[in-house]
Structure formats: C-alpha cells, structure tokens
Design a protein around this ligand. Structure first.
Ligand SMILES: Cc1cc2nc3c(=O)[nH]c(=O)nc-3n(C[C@H](O)[C@H](O)[C@H](O)COP(=O)(O)O)c2cc1C
Length: 346
C-alpha cells in the first residue's frame, strides 16, 4: 500500500482504499472464489485499491462490477505452486478465517494533511525508491545520527503527514524506540504516541518507573528510561545484530484488544498501518543517507514484559531499525530494474 502510494504520487496520481468491500466480494471479482485451486493453495483477498489518475468521478458501484463478473466466464486453471505440502499450519488458517471481513461502512477520508518538514535530500523520489534496500548489517561504530535527521524521520511517521493521506481511520499504532546512537539524546527507551488520545492509556499500561518526559517541542516524543539498551534490543529481535548496531530500532505497538473486539478483521488493518509506517521509514532513511530494515522476527511476549504490558490492550506487531549500512562487497549490485531500463526510462 505504501509502495503503491509513493509510486502513484510520483505520477501525480493517488490511491484510494476501497475498504468497504467484503472478502467475498473481492474474491468473486478476482476469481479467487473458484474451486480449481490445489488444496492448501487457495488465495486470500486482502484489499481493493483504486488508482486515481485525476478526478475520475465516483467509482463503479460494487454491485455493477459483481454483476459483470457473473455474466463472464473464468478461463484456465490455477497453477500448482508446489507438488507436496509437508507442513501444515492450521493456526494460520484459523486466524485467516476469524479475520475475514464482511461488507462494512467505513469513514470518509479526512481532507487535512500537513506536509512533512522539507528534506535536504537532492535525489529524486524515483532514485530513492529504486535504491531502497534492506540493510543486512549496520556499522556499530557509526557517528551518532544528527538529531535533526532523527526528528525529521519521526515527523514523517505522524498520521497527519502526506504518507498517510490514504489512511481512513484514526491511528492505532504507536512507537517505542530504542535509541542507541542519536546526537543529543541519551541512549534509552522513548515513546512516540501517534495520537494524543493514546498518551494516557499508554502511560497507564507501561512500567511505573518510566518517566514520560517530553523531549521535543515539535514532536510527541517522550523519554521513558535511560540506559544502554543495545543488548536488550538485539535479544528481543531474535538476537539479530541489526537491532543493536543501528542508530535506533523501534517496536510498532498497536491498540489491540479494543480494536479487534467485535471486529476481528481490524487485525489486518493494524498490520497495514504498520506496513505504511515501515515503508515511510525505509524511504525516509534512504533520503537521509541511512538505511532501514523491517524486523518481523522478535519475541513479542518479552517486548511486552519489558514495556510493562500485562494484557492484550497493546500488542507489538512489527519492528524496524535504521542506521548506517555496511555493504557486503561479495555481492554485486546492479541498478534496480536495469534489465527493463529501455522500457522504464524511455
Ligand atoms: C515485514 C518485514 C519483516 C522483516 N523482517 C526481517 C528480519 O526479522 N530480519 C531481517 O534481517 N530482515 C527482515 N526483513 C527484511 C527482508 O528480508 C527484506 O525486505 C527482503 O529480503 C527484501 O529485500 P529488500 O528489502 O532489500 O528489497 C523484513 C522485511 C519486512 C517487510
């Protein structure tokens, strides 16, 4: 969703999430409801997006599109992905079934967006998008990241910025940041509630000795605890050094229990919101001369214990790390989409 929005924006287009649609409606329109998929290889619908090249007027009604599908005929048979499925992961199917989405009414887009602080980056958006990679190793001896760079990156993650213009719901993801190497900020744990309404409940749910001192005039950034947390961040992230050799790493924490109670498909929204934050960080890190890596491997129960969460009110759903990358010189790097350059750069 994030990648799509950035790409669309470079062309002056926009992306609309057709979030009202039910999974069943999407399945019918995309041919996923057919019965020719091999067992264990059925495909799950997630979201319909509409790319607007200009003001394209009202989208075709769902009903009209579904009627058109019914008068058509699906041709062909789904290819098999794999001869044998050795492992079964029934819990994945259970979660998927429980989080299936009915047709719903959804809030309209709210119009007001502030733009992010201007970046001094002189590369074009296309260059940044094409050079973006995940760092596999960071320079643990890096100079501290300038505070202005750190603050600009955090500011770009607030829900009022352009990156989140397609997001139709109140923000439910908040950041807990492990600062290792940032100029002028003592190493330790910090929090960035992305919505002021969440501040009190986050304070109440976390360790009593967290001090919640606001450290910036422009950002809702709070100091919680001072101390070297490199080893802790690394251990929590499945012992991956990318979480400790960076300038900072962070946990994206969702308002969880209340959000999914009665509307379990919101579980998927929460991940989408994390993905948007991750994509923004990936690109902002590149634009600032740093590099990011998404972290999906971490011990959530231990993260919760460290922060003080005792129930399902909050849940860590995705981690991220940003620093100075070390390149693996054994691997040759070719220009992104180089093989398509005649077509793409024409
Ligand atoms: C949701 C998500 C979770 C990830 N988790 C990890 C991780 O735990 N450790 C790691 O080294 N890389 C992780 N990555 C990075 C992926 O390995 C990387 O994005 C993928 O190999 C594609 O490479 P690229 O990002 O350079 O295009 C994650 C990426 C995403 C998007």
């Amino acid at each position: 969703m994030g990648a799509l929005r950035y790409a669309a924006t470079t062309l002056g287009w926009s992306v609309e999430l057709l979030a009202e649609w039910s999974d069943e409606e999407i399945s019918h329109l995309l041919g996923l409801a057919r019965d020719d998929f091999k067992k264990q290889e059925h495909e799950s619908p997630d979201i319909m997006c509409r790319i607007k090249t200009q003001d394209n007027g009202k989208p075709l009604a769902i009903k009209t599109l579904l009627e058109a599908e019914q008068t058509g005929e699906w041709i062909g048979k789904a290819d098999s992905l794999r001869a044998y499925h050795m492992y079964q992961w029934p819990i994945i199917d259970e979660v998927s079934a429980d989080a299936s989405k009915p047709h719903t009414e959804e809030p309209k887009l709210s119009a007001v967006r502030q733009s992010t602080a201007l970046s001094p980056c002189t590369f074009t958006a296309t260059q940044i998008i094409r050079q973006r990679r995940s760092a596999q190793q960071f320079d643990g001896k890096m100079e501290p990241m300038p505070q202005t760079d750190f603050y600009r990156m955090l500011a770009s993650l607030l829900p009022t910025t352009a990156a989140f213009e397609l997001w139709r719901w109140p923000p439910k993801i908040h950041l807990f940041i492990f600062i290792h190497r940032v100029e002028g900020l003592s190493p330790g744990i910090y929090a960035l509630p992305r919505h002021n309404d969440a501040l009190e409940s986050l304070q109440a749910a976390t360790q009593v000795d967290f001090d919640w001192q606001k450290v910036s005039e422009t950002l809702p950034l709070y100091h919680l605890h001072s101390g070297d947390c490199k080893q802790t961040a690394k251990t929590l992230s499945c012992h991956q050094p990318i979480a400790s050799d960076s300038a900072f790493s962070l946990a994206m924490v969702a308002e969880f229990g209340e959000s999914i109670n009665g509307a379990p498909w919101i579980y998927r929204h929460l991940f989408w919101e994390c993905g948007l934050i991750g994509q923004t960080l990936y690109l902002e890190a590149e634009a600032t001369g740093y590099r990011g890596t998404g972290i999906g491997c971490y011990y959530d129960d231990s993260v919760h214990e460290l922060l003080g969460f005792k129930d399902e009110q909050f849940q860590s759903l995705y981690h991220f790390t940003v620093g100075k990358p070390l390149e693996d010189k054994r691997i040759e790097t070719l220009p992104a989409y180089g093989h398509l350059s005649d077509v793409l750069l024409a």
